[in-house]
Design a protein around this ligand. Sequence first.
Ligand SMILES: [Zn+2]
Length: 247
Amino acid sequence: MADNEIHTAWIVRKYIEQSKISGFDAMDYAQRRHEVGKLRKAELLRLQKSPNRNHNKQTKKNYRQTDAYIHLSHAERMSLIEELADLVGSWSFARLFGESINKIYFDPSRARMSADEQALEQLVSRFEQYLKIVAKSTNERNLFGALIHDNNETVSKKHTGLMKRFHKYGTFWTSIEKIIETPLFVNSELTSLVQIADLCCYALRRYFENGETDLLNRIKDRFDRKNSKIVGMRHFTDPTCQCMFCQ
Ligand SMILES: [Zn+2]
């Protein structure tokens, strides 16, 4: 696994082939890979004859995305993600910032921007405030921060444009002085901290959508706080929400 991307949503899935192999847990890794590979090859052959080409394409994609993990049982994959979440939770030097928007409660015409743009504006503002506070409290005038994004062509154009606007006119909440101008776009396969951010997003999504607390509790202490109150994370939703961030 050492050189493979940690893509949480793909790792924690149930792989149907594994449940079809009797004695899977007792096999060694090579055997497990071999058995899963056999079932997958047979399935691809079967799909080749099917008239639904999309299904074939989607299956190939699923196989490609999960190939690095097929030798690990579901329990082993879950404990990998839990261990990583514990590791993030132990990083006392790290701060997490996040924004979660429930689209049912978001009105783009009133906000005069898309949910995606509003989320970026929120994150940028909070990160900027954080940098200003640290710069002031450490008397470090030359302290700056950079934004590193998972690369995606449409997003990169849009976010670069938005950042230029924020630099020129500020966000709704603050001027931008501490975040360097151009966001940096990286390939997440090669950048482990983007994978960690993805894991944190996964934990948040599972909490908001399914009420699962296990992963989130492991990383919760890392959200930026002011006077012990979480200020690094915002949940934009029904005003009566009682979640750990809205309370
Ligand atoms: Zn909430």
